[in-house]
Design a protein around this ligand. Structure first.
Ligand SMILES: Cc1cc2nc3c(=O)[nH]c(=O)nc-3n(C[C@H](O)[C@H](O)[C@H](O)COP(=O)(O)O)c2cc1C
Length: 225
């Protein structure tokens, strides 16, 4: 799915049946967090608001306690759902521009939304149709998992991440940002790319190292082992 998925922005507006929604609820209950100690919430809703918003029959609303690492954690968790939707024949799109409308039960602060539903456009694409920077502009060193990170989606396709592979490890960085809005997205984007790396790892672990290499213009975030 990493090599086929794409953001879907046009939907068939008919609601999904209860059996499909239950399958999604089941998946939501089986997600793997990056930081298990951070409390988060995922709710389904029919409407969201916001300029440049996408019209879809369903949305997920992600909330989280604002602990260090919460945005990477939401990116990591949400990307499991993005790939799951693609796998079961549904379209999805991360929505940094949308906000929940009306009743949301979660007491946790809102982080981001994701639209989903039956696609009214192509659901999958060929590898050649991904618009991404080449690997050498976003990484150093050799690791077969870097390609999965390269193909990850990011807000406005910014791809503001950097990876240094050495000795079976991948050190992860995000670009220094000036704007707060872009900043939160940058953390979510990195979490998404880390899920892509994790899904191609045999034994995944993510920790902060004291002696990780520095990269000019970027901030070190953590290391995949
Ligand atoms: C954190 C995040 C926020 C996003 N917000 C929006 C959005 O508000 N509106 C939109 O149309 N697409 C949004 N996207 C989708 C990106 O534009 C898209 O992932 C990127 O252009 C790469 O294209 P692809 O997903 O088809 O590979 C967002 C993606 C991410 C990861």
């Amino acid at each position: 799915m990493i090599r086929k998925r794409k953001s879907v922005r046009k939907y068939d507006m008919t609601k999904l049946d209860e059996a499909t929604l239950n399958k999604i609820r089941e998946k939501i209950g089986a997600l793997v967090p990056l930081f298990p100690e951070i409390r988060y919430s995922i709710e389904m809703t029919d409407s969201t608001k916001g300029l440049f918003n996408i019209k879809a029959p369903h949305y997920l609303v992600f909330g989280s306690e604002q602990a260090e690492g919460f945005a990477e954690n939401i990116g990591f968790i949400g990307q499991q759902l993005d790939l799951f939707f693609s796998e079961i024949g549904l379209g999805a799109c991360w929505l940094g521009a949308a906000k929940p409308q009306g009743e949301v039960n979660s007491a946790l602060p809102f982080v981001i939304c994701m639209s989903f539903g039956r696609p009214a456009e192509e659901l999958h694409r060929n590898l050649a149709d991904f618009r991404r920077k080449p690997l050498h502009e976003m990484s150093e060193g050799q690791d077969p998992r870097l390609e999965a990170a390269r193909l990850a989606p990011s807000g406005i396709n910014a791809q503001n991440w950097y990876f240094i592979a050495e000795g079976g490890k991948i050190h992860c960085y995000r670009k220094k940002a000036v704007l707060g809005f872009i900043n939160k997205m940058g953390f979510i984007d990195l979490g998404i790319a880390i899920w892509h790396i994790a899904s191609e790892s045999e034994n995944f672990a993510y920790t902060k190292e004291v002696n990780a290499p520095e990269k000019k213009g970027y901030i070190y975030m953590g290391t995949v082992k």
